[in-house]
Design a protein around this ligand. Structure first.
Ligand SMILES: Cc1ncc(COP(=O)(O)O)c(C=O)c1O
Length: 372
């Protein structure tokens, strides 16, 4: 069924089509000048020293683990309220994901207090995830990391241009990871970026994304190199220039898109702030955020009632989603199970409502009316 109001709408027009066409006509379609341009613009936009374009965010998270030297026997503290890729990254390097709970239903990001209780002498890193684009409590988390000598990776997939204390998300920890999957704020189909202020990490990421090879095909084709050595066990995790060109077209639109999303969030808040059965997470948050999604929590509701309401909303032509099923409850994670009461409560009573720039005031009234 085609929804009257879908969950997400791709912000694509002729600009993306033209950008892809131009690369195809240029004769160079794999990693090349467009990837470089996207990296420079992305780093500039975040005021980060380095950005390395990649095939997607999952591989950015994997490379983050490899670059930070996480290995078998190590423990990495992660949220369970996230997409599975955040925790899988830890498993790719044969380390152990240790799940920490969220702060509260109002602030569903990883809890610094719970992080502290999960630290052992095997803990090497923390991966935070800035849920919906709202910042985790980075001051406290960075302080814990300093005290226990831990690395911090930011899964900033939801938060391009979101800010925390004057800094852009993804630039506060050791490494930040971004996704350009089709439903993200920046969409290229598939795509990702690793961001860091550490030149050694950036150089390592560039090496590992391309087989551990000392030169790239584009450098050889353009006469800047004639041979290569393989110096590390690397991967093929590269982005290509077609995706990068689409990404550049998307970057042009990003700020305006996010400003419209902020307006959409305000329209939601005008109605839902007074609703005594609904919690809007981060309702009191001030500061620029990406508003990647608009989740709500249905007070005192369990999974069955939530799913009933979801079906009712769908029948009215409005698409919703759940962000996310808890990772610690997946079958594949049974060996890593932890009791996470707040995460459990959150995932069983949350519902994600439509969020994208083209939504109108009247669309929001239609969506919120079915919640009354
Ligand atoms: C929080 C989070 N982490 C990681 C990923 C993985 O990103 P990608 O699909 O680019 O590999 C996603 C994308 O869905 C995500 O939302």
């Amino acid at each position: 069924m085609a929804y009257k109001i879908p969950l997400f709408d791709l912000n694509f027009d002729e600009a993306e089509a033209q950008a892809a066409y131009d690369v195809i006509k240029s004769g160079w379609i794999s990693t090349g000048p467009k990837c470089l341009e996207l990296e420079e613009q992305f780093a500039g936009m975040l005021e980060a020293k380095h950005a390395v374009s990649l095939a997607n965010c999952t591989v950015a998270l994997h490379l983050a683990m490899v670059i930070l030297g996480i290995t078998k026997g190590d423990e990495v503290i992660v949220p369970s309220l996230t997409f599975v890729a955040t925790a899988n990254a830890v498993r790719y390097v044969n380390a152990t994901p240790v799940f920490a709970d969220i702060c509260s239903l109002e602030e569903p990001t990883i809890s610094p207090d719970d992080i502290k209780t999960k630290i052992t002498d095997k803990t090497k890193a923390i991966i935070v995830m800035h849920y919906a684009g709202f910042p985790c409590r980075m001051d406290e988390i960075m302080q814990i990391a300093q005290e226990y000598n831990l690395k911090v990776v930011e899964d900033a997939c939801h938060g391009p241009l979101s800010e925390y204390d004057g800094k852009k998300l993804g630039t506060i920890g050791d490494i930040g990871c971004f996704s350009f999957f089709s439903n993200k704020n920046i969409s290229t189909g598939e795509g990702g970026m690793l961001v860091t202020n550490n030149p050694d990490y950036a150089a390592e990421a560039k090496l590992l994304r391309s087989h551990g090879m000392t030169t790239m095909s584009y450098q050889r084709a353009s006469g800047h190199a004639t041979e290569y050595d393989i110096v590390r066990l690397g991967y093929n995790y590269r982005m290509d220039d077609i995706h990068a060109a689409i990404g550049l077209a998307q970057l042009e639109k990003l700020k305006a898109d996010l400003e419209k999303r902020a307006q959409v969030r305000n329209w939601y808040l005008e109605v839902l702030n007074d609703h005594d059965q609904i919690i809007v997470p981060f309702a009191k948050h001030r500061g620029f955020v990406s508003n990647y999604i608009f989740p709500i929590v249905l007070k005192g509701t369990g999974k069955v009632q939530r799913d009933d309401l979801r079906n009712h909303i769908h029948a009215k032509g409005i698409q919703t989603s759940i962000h996310y099923p808890a990772v610690h409850r997946f079958s594949s994670f049974k060996d890593y199970y932890r009791d996470l009461p707040l995460t459990d409560q959150y995932v069983d009573s949350t519902l994600t409502l439509p969020m994208y720039a083209r939504l109108s005031d009247s669309d929001i009234r239609d969506v919120t009316r079915v919640l009354q």
